[in-house]
Design a protein around this ligand. Structure first.
Ligand SMILES: [Fe+2]
Length: 520
């Protein structure tokens, strides 16, 4: 591949007559020197800016017959260097949609920018127009009134449509075959909320998608919009309520009969934003809360349960109602917000080894009149939890997540918003059996896996994850690994070599070939 240098912020298409397996490589190569040499832009986080289609990738091993479909990945990648210092910039990279496609034992990869209003405006201007993360008071005048979202967090497949979501705005719809952006998606004009979570929960029985949007009443507001989209993609109800305070509500969860809204004390303040400050500050002395209401109930039925002070969770594995009717809610919990730039804005500096990270089960009793929560630690620290889609909101025996190898020799790969990438994949068993783990060699890291179910009874299916290998200060190699989900310790059954530099992925979504064939 020919890399173009010195073409600051200009897009071009490169022909490849000598490489018939590579087509349509378009590079948006901002000069590396334009980006600050800070952790948000250095090493694995270095902006790439390349759109491409690479076919017939080299496969080591055999791709399982059941792995037929597309692994969609959301990859932030800022197209333009910032015009102001911003620790939160790591969350503001332009959304790219990546598809790693599997068909008949072969694999390909495609990468495209999501053509958000923001990305298009900056492309037209040839420079960054938007200032700090979620602070429009720091924008250039040319950005006034434009949609600030970068659609960089989660690809969501629902009702035959592919959406790219980020919690500060509405999702963008993307064509799953061409990866061309269709536009901002408001569910046929029905969605009132200007924001929508990147963590939708889809009920495996009804096919409904449960979502919410926070700061729905505007910047730093306490308004939450809770909405349901039916199996055909129609928004069927939307209700608003107030959270105890304006918090970063990154994820939520459902059970068979209830919806849970966890609130952790990382808060926003309008006056701080108007003064050009950071969106988020974490408070160690504020209580956490979980709002619980019947899934199809009225928000007036919402009850708030009080959790410990100062804790934070980005991702929940699942929630379910047990045989006694208790709600069991499983999450990757920490005693502080793990993002260093949020800690800095909060006057905190708590290293990971002092953050009391744990996999925690919170038990909520809806019948004893108490508003308290009982916590049980059921697993080690980690994040990026994954379960079979069929177990969403239901009792489940096992799940997977990424963690740090406690016996690792050498430092982890630096990258991503926390600053260090995970280097171990773990299968947790909730029936009392020991966990399984797959530890990577030094200088390797995992990105969040997706789960591919198996049609064979008793087979747990497959996990697919992009693995990074650091070979020098600014040099990396990447592979996509396919791992047997019920036997992760064995390692990959297939490794697909990706001959292109990749930035860290946020979340992914598996869409099988039958679903793709039935795309709307
Ligand atoms: Fe997330």
């Amino acid at each position: 591949m020919q890399l173009l240098t010195g073409m600051a912020n200009k897009s071009c298409t490169v022909g490849h007559a000598d490489a018939n397996n590579i087509t349509n490589v378009s590079l948006l190569e901002s000069e590396v020197t334009e980006f600050p040499q800070t952790p948000e832009y250095f090493g694995l986080n270095r902006p790439i800016g390349a759109e491409y289609d690479l076919n017939d990738l080299h496969v080591v091993g055999t791709i399982p017959v059941e792995v037929e479909g597309s692994f969609f990945r959301a990859v932030p990648d800022p197209a333009f260097a910032p015009f102001m210092e911003d620790g939160g910039a790591i969350l503001s990279g332009d959304g790219m949609i990546s598809a790693i496609r599997f068909a008949a034992g072969k694999a390909s990869i495609s990468m495209r920018y999501v053509q958000t209003e923001r990305h298009k405006a900056e492309m037209a201007a040839g420079e960054a127009l938007f200032g700090k993360y979620r602070n429009p008071f720091t924008d250039m005048p040319a950005a006034d009134g434009l949609d600030r979202t970068v659609a960089n967090t989660t690809p969501i497949w629902h009702a035959g449509r592919l959406l790219l979501a980020k919690e500060d705005g509405r999702p963008y719809r993307v064509d799953p075959k061409t990866l061309e952006t269709i536009g901002s998606h408001d569910f046929g004009g029905k969605l009132q909320s200007p924001t929508s979570t990147a963590h939708a929960r889809i009920d495996p029985m009804t096919g409904e998608m449960f979502m919410f949007g926070y700061e729905a009443g505007g910047l730093a507001s306490t308004k939450i919009a809770y909405f349901i989209v039916d199996k055909d993609g129609n928004l069927t109800r939307e209700q608003w309520f107030d959270a105890p305070y304006c918090a970063m509500m990154h994820d939520f969860t459902i059970t068979e009969n209830y919806v849970l809204f966890p609130v952790y004390p990382t808060t926003a303040d309008l006056d701080r934003l108007k003064a050009g400050g950071d969106h988020w500050v974490h408070h160690m002395d504020l209580e956490s809360w979980v709002g619980v209401m019947p899934r199809y109930g009225d928000v007036s039925e919402l009850r708030w349960f009080k959790g410990p002070k100062g804790v934070f969770c980005y991702h929940m594995m699942n929630a379910h109602e047990d045989v006694d009717g208790l709600i069991q809610f499983d999450q990757c919990l920490s005693s502080v917000n793990a993002f260093p730039f949020i800690q800095r804005a909060s006057g905190l500096s708590i290293p990971p080894w002092e953050a009391d990270n744990r996999f925690a089960r919170w038990t909520i009793n809806l019948t004893d009149g108490s508003d308290s929560i009982i916590e049980t630690v059921v697993g080690p620290p980690g994040d990026f939890p994954v379960i079979p889609a069929s177990k969403q909101g239901r009792p489940f025996d096992y799940g997977w997540m990424l963690t740090m190898n406690p016996e690792m020799q050498g430092p982890p790969v630096l990258g991503g918003p926390v600053g260090a990438m995970f280097n171990m994949l773990m299968r947790l068993n909730f029936l009392g059996n020991p966990p399984q783990s797959l530890a990577l060699p030094p200088a390797h890291s995992f990105n969040e896996p997706v789960h591919v179910p198996s049609a064979t009874d008793g087979h747990e299916g497959w996990l697919i994850s992009v693995v990074d290998h650091q070979t020098g200060p600014e040099e990396f190699e990447h592979e996509c690994w396919i791992i047997e989900a019920g036997n992760v310790g064995v390692g990959a059954v297939a490794k697909i070599v990706i001959p292109q530099r990749l930035r860290p992925q946020v979340h992914g979504w598996w869409v099988n070939s039958e679903q793709l064939a039935n795309a709307v």
